[in-house]
Design a protein. Structure first.
Length: 50
């Protein structure tokens, strides 16, 4: 299963609701995730938060 989202601030919890929904939707106890930053770079807080 592949779920893609974009936008929002991870560090500020803006994506928390959709993140929780995706984890629940996957129906796995420990789903894998991958954070791909934009080509222009991401604030370090976004990368550390993941």
């Amino acid at each position: 299963m592949l779920v893609l989202i974009g936008g929002g601030s991870i560090a500020n919890g803006e994506t928390l609701a959709i993140d929780r929904y995706i984890v629940e939707f996957c129906k796995k106890e420990q789903p894998h995730h991958l954070f791909i930053p934009t080509a222009s770079g991401e604030p370090e807080g976004h990368i550390v938060a993941v």
